[in-house]
Design a protein around this ligand. Structure first.
Ligand SMILES: [Zn+2]
Length: 394
C-alpha cells in the first residue's frame, strides 16, 4: 500500500482519483504486474482489461482472490487496493511457507469497478460474465465524451475482443474478495475481520432536465423554464424517499451537472444521477418510482422536460452459503456482515461460489479520503485471506 500511496493523488478533491486507463490507473497496472511477478506469479490480461496473476498453470476451477485498483473521484486509499495488496501478501506468505496448492491460485484486478469513468460499476466483471453486452459497454462515454471503445484502443486493447469470456469465467472455481469495510459494522462488532453475507440491490439512474437557457439578470422569474428548479426538488425527493437507519432505503444524488454551467447563466439542461439502494428490490424500486414521480411533477411545474434512464442495476446478492460456512469455520467464527456497497464479488456470485472478507474501517467512512484501516487490522485481513486460500486450495 505504501508503494502506491502517491499514485493518482487528487490535489483538488483530496484522496485519490484513479480511473480506467488514465495515467494513474495504468501506473497501478504496472505496479501490480511488477509486484505480482516479484512474488513469482505470471501476469496476464484478459479480453476485457482485467489483470490476472497466476500461481500455477491457469486452469479451470482455480481459487481466485483480488479486487480493483480504480477509485471513485477523490476516494480513499483502501477501497480496492487493500484487497489486491492483501492478496499478493497472502500469496507471498503461502509460497514462503512452502504451501503446495492443489488447485491454481490467481489474483485478479477487475477493471472500472467504481464506474468512475464510464458510469457503470463493475464494468470488467460485468463484461467478463456477459452481464453487460459489449456493444452497450463500448458506447459508454466518459465526462469528455470519449467512448470506452476509443479509450480501450488507446490503452492498447482491441475493443472487438471485449465481451463475455467463458474461458476466463470457467477458470474461476471459487472467488473470495477482501475489501475494506465501507460502514461501521466492524466498529460495532469490535472485530478486525468479518465474512460477508450478501449485497443489497442497488442501481444508478440519470435524470436529464431540459428547459431554456437564458440571462440570470434579464429573464423575469415568471418567464423562466429553469431546469435547476426541478433538479433541486428531485434531490429533496430523494432524501424524502430514504429512511434514516443504516439499513433503511438509501437514495443519494452525488453528481449534478448544469449545462452550460455559468454563475450568471440559467442552465438549459441539468443532468443528475440518483444512486438508490435498499435491503430488498421492491423497496429500491419503490423509492426510485416515488423520486421519478416527484421529478416529473417538478419538471411540469417549471415548464421543463425530464428524461429518466436506468444506467445500471444490480439485483440482491446472497453469497454461497456453503462457502460462507467454510470461511466462518476457517476463521473461527468472525462476525457476519451484510452490506449496501457493491463489489465485483456481487457480479461473480451469479456464476461461481463467491464470498467476501471485510477489514475494519475505524472511521466507518468510505468513498472519501477519511476512509482508513489500521495496520494491525490489515495484518489480520492478510492472515485471514492466507488461511482461506490455504483451506480452499489444499
Ligand atoms: Zn471497492
Amino acid at each position: 500500500m505504501a508503494e502506491i500511496s502517491t499514485i493518482g493523488m487528487d490535489r483538488t478533491r483530496g484522496g485519490y482519483s484513479r480511473h480506467l486507463f488514465d495515467s494513474a490507473e495504468r501506473e497501478l497496472r504496472e505496479w501490480f504486474t511488477t509486484a505480482a511477478e516479484g512474488v513469482g506469479l505470471d501476469v496476464d490480461v484478459d479480453r476485457n482489461g482485467n489483470l490476472w496473476a497466476w500461481w500455477g498453470t491457469p486452469a479451470d476451477g482455480a481459487v481466485v482472490t483480488g479486487s480493483h485498483v480504480d477509485s471513485v473521484p477523490g476516494g480513499g486509499a483502501f477501497d480496492g487496493p487493500l484487497g489486491v495488496a492483501s492478496a499478493l501478501v497472502a500469496v507471498a506468505r503461502l509460497r514462503r511457507e512452502g504451501f503446495q496448492p492443489r488447485r491454481p491460485i490467481a489474483v485478479v484486478v477487475f477493471a472500472e469497478e467504481e464506474g468512475g469513468r464510464f458510469g457503470v460499476p463493475c464494468l470488467g466483471s460485468r463484461l467478463l460474465t456477459g452481464a453487460i453486452p459489449p456493444e452497450r459497454a463500448l458506447r459508454l462515454t466518459d465526462g469528455d465524451g470519449t467512448t470506452l471503445a476509443d479509450a480501450a484502443t488507446k490503452a492498447g486493447f482491441d475493443p472487438a475482443h471485449f465481451g463475455q469470456d467463458d474461458a476466463a469465467l470457467a477458470r474461476i472455481g471459487t472467488f473470495v474478495e477482501l475489501h475494506v469495510e465501507q460502514g461501521r459494522g466492524l466498529i460495532d462488532a469490535g472485530s478486525p475481520v468479518a465474512v460477508g453475507t450478501g449485497i443489497d440491490p442497488h442501481g444508478r439512474w440519470r435524470f436529464s432536465f431540459t428547459g431554456r437557457g437564458d440571462h440570470a439578470g434579464t429573464a423575469a422569474v415568471a418567464d423562466r423554464n429553469d431546469p435547476m428548479i426541478p433538479a433541486s426538488r428531485t434531490v429533496l425527493a430523494a432524501r424524502a424517499a430514504a429512511g434514516h437507519g443504516p439499513r433503511d432505503t438509501r437514495a443519494t444524488v452525488g453528481r449534478l451537472v448544469p449545462v452550460p454551467g455559468g454563475t450568471n447563466v440559467i442552465p438549459m439542461r441539468v443532468d443528475l444521477w440518483l444512486d438508490s439502494r435498499a435491503t430488498a428490490t421492491d423497496a429500491t424500486r419503490e423509492a426510485v418510482a416515488a423520486i421519478t414521480e416527484a421529478a416529473r411533477a417538478a419538471a411540469h411545474d417549471e415548464g421543463c422536460q425530464v428524461e429518466v434512464t436506468e444506467e445500471s442495476w444490480s439485483g440482491p446478492v446472497s453469497f454461497d452459503p456453503h462457502l460462507r460456512d467454510r470461511l466462518l469455520a476457517t476463521l473461527r467464527e468472525p462476525p457476519l456482515l451484510p452490506t449496501g456497497a457493491g463489489h465485483d464479488a456481487g457480479v461473480l456470485a451469479a456464476h461461481v461460489p463467491t464470498g467476501m472478507l471485510y477489514v475494519r474501517n475505524p472511521t466507518g467512512i468510505s468513498h472519501s479520503p477519511a476512509e482508513h484501516a489500521e495496520n494491525d487490522d490489515c495484518e489480520a485481513g492478510v492472515e485471514a485471506l492466507a488461511d482461506v486460500l490455504r483451506e480452499l486450495a489444499a
